[in-house]
Write a new protein. Structure first.
Length: 137
């Protein structure tokens, strides 16, 4: 499920012009303008690839850490927007596919962090369903 969320989120941003995601990033007002464009170009690829790795269970420990870090970053960025009372009403996390209100995304991201933390702690149980077990010696 977690891998699918990141695949859909990344794919949705990749198939649309990167300027759409750039606008979302700029609305949060946390990065320098030069870094905004770089982030808009590369973050969707990181989401898509990391989500694919989690879905298929490749390098599961590392890929779970990557999506956990991405989720923490998203949670911090959205939280600071709420704290600063920025006029943002939806997160922009899933591009044009879904419109998720800010309070809902705060709960959703927090839940994902808890689930991923539990998965990391029980990594041996999750490896049963992963491709990692075929590559272990």
């Amino acid at each position: 499920m977690i891998g699918g969320i990141f695949i859909v989120s990344g794919f949705e941003k990749l198939v649309h012009p990167y300027e759409n995601f750039l606008y979302v990033i700029q609305s949060y007002d946390v990065l320098d303008k030069n870094i905004d464009e770089l982030t808009a170009a590369f973050f969707p690829w990181i989401e898509f690839i990391a989500g694919s790795f989690v879905l298929f269970g490749l390098w599961l420990s590392v890929s779970l850490r990557v999506v956990w870090c991405l989720t923490v970053i998203f949670l911090i960025v959205v939280s600071q927007a709420v704290f600063r009372n920025l006029p943002i009403h939806e997160c922009g996390c899933f591009g044009e596919l879904l419109s998720i209100p800010i309070p809902v995304i705060l709960i959703f991201d927090s839940s994902l962090i808890v689930i991923m933390t539990l998965l990391r702690r029980m990594i041996e149980c999750t490896r049963f369903f992963s491709l990692d077990r075929y590559f272990q010696k």
